[in-house]
Design a protein. Sequence first.
Length: 156
Amino acid sequence: MEIILRDVTEDNFFNVINLKSELEQEKKFQLFETMVGSNAFFIAYASVKGWKNRAIYEGETLIGFATHGLDEHNDRYEMVSMMLGHQFQGKGYGKPALKAVIDDLVKEYNCKEIYLTVIPFNENAIRVYTALGFEPTGEIEKAFHDEHVYRLIVSQ
């Protein structure tokens, strides 16, 4: 499995915004899906916040999307969003994709800690996050849903 992160460009923009985390979202355009904001939402919000958008590929196949950057309000680096297209979930892509995003954050910002938030009923995501070392901080972040904050201490 070869996971590659690429910038979102004019060439892949429409493919990225049309990638959905749930099958029932395929024919809809919404700002928020059940478990995650839409890719279009995060691309737009990243332009305001100065965050980085990354298209996640396995070889030449687009499988997911992530946004990361400095959360200036909390003065910490965050994986703001990560999703895999519904057709790629449950196939072993989650951990390698997350590892690629972690590596990208460390390379881009030389950060020692990485934070993320997750809705508490997204058990699959929590399993992947904790398997790679993220631990709950006990914080709750108010967003579209109340989201639990997790932190990874990066070993160098």
